[in-house]
Ligand binder design. Sequence first.
Ligand SMILES: [Zn+2]
Length: 190
Amino acid sequence: MDTTSIYHVDALDRIVEVNDAWLLFARQNAWQVERSDLIGQPLWRFLTDPTTINIYQLVMERARQHDAPIQMPFRCDSPTLKRFMTLKIRHQGEGLLIFEGQLERLEHRDPLSLPEGDPLLASAFVTMCGWCKKIRTNPRQWQELEEAIATLNLFEAPHTFLITHGMCEGCFARINRKLNPKKNSKDPLQ
Ligand SMILES: [Zn+2]
């Protein structure tokens, strides 16, 4: 049996199809869900963290605008296993998106070795350009969303993160040129 977990989401972000591998995976994670509980429901009913919802909305918007599939790493752990997954999002036209989750590797985890609720990790911030939605991955570099998710391990990190907004050098230069056509400053705002 194919182990790729697949679900389809329509142009209104409703789940319209779920494969058997996805249902099996959900049950292995102690979520006793039936296909009929999911079909027709908004995807947003099943995501609770506001930052995760924000990232999904942006990634889905990009997938619908561009023809290339978007691929990003994420973690889906159980109490005894670390599961390193890849999520691929493809646009099939007319807003229909296909989500494919593929398990890349498994690691057994020792619950005692993982400190829970580290206050430093819990307050991780990610800076996003408010104009082009790129994410700052180091003080001088901004990357496209799906690259930044991989660089910063956003969906692999054992903590939540918050998005703050800034402006990347590229957008600063572009807007600065519009506002001051004669000046040619390259200094960012921050
Ligand atoms: Zn920008």
